[in-house]
Write a protein that binds this ligand. Sequence first.
Ligand code: SER
Length: 307
Amino acid sequence: MNNRVLIIGALGQLGGIFINALLKRGDFVLASDIHAPNSNTLGCDFIILDALNEKKINEIILKHNISQVYNFAAVLSAKGETDPMKTWEINMGAFLNVVKASLGTSVNCIFWPSSIAVFSEQSGLDLVRNEVPMFPTTMYGVTKLAGEKAMSYFNTKGLIDIRSIRFPGIVSSSEPGGGTTDYVVEMLNAAKQNMNYISPLSEDTVLPMMHVEDAVSATLKLMDTEREKISISGAYNLGSFETSPKQWSEIIASLGYELKLEFNEDFRQSIADSWPKKIDDTLFRKDISWLPKFDAKSTAEDILRLI
Ligand code: SER
């Protein structure tokens, strides 16, 4: 059976590629965001929707007989630190309003991404397992952890089926916005345009990253899995490869691009220092039978081709 999907926050880094993947497999897709796109090249219908407007979300769900909601509305880690209170209001408000608007409707499943930002030094950053102590250092991470606890409550009580993955930094041709891992995409764009790049993270800061297509394939596989096979009520770790600004620039250079790299660490360094170097996603791979398609080099190569 094809799904009838509402995407909230569809104009962000992940929206476009999710739209394409869902359309390709025959799902009905309605994209939404708080602003209109510059031009509608999304390939599906678009509607302006504020993720904090429960009533309007509910109306849209009813009108279009929506069966799944992908809720991507969030303020990311670095931007979130400029106004932590607002970050809480937006991220938790979007999470809760989508849940409330979906209860008692045709929606049978919600996807809501979590993040490596839930972790902290206490989590054992060299290889972070799925269930470890978490004391997030950013308000973004706090909202992701709070959302994880809330989804676990809703799942356990059988109120609504919510699924989640803790995404690492996502490498895509679309632009990220306001994240700590944004440098991976920015560096590719700089290389492509023959420009210098000033990294906000030190050369040896290792973080987990992933090609956006792998993030999409993992998510769709999770959404397609019967609930009984999902062994946890909260979010799954998901990993692919790890890289640092220096290693990433060397990969870019090995692909024939000249990139002059400088470093100017800012507040993002301490955020990155509190995040995992490597993710243990054994549980996800076991429950969902998924493997990434791209490694670091093939990711850089593919995204450089696309931008
Ligand atoms: N990419 C996100 C960020 O850097 C992490 O989920 O904020």
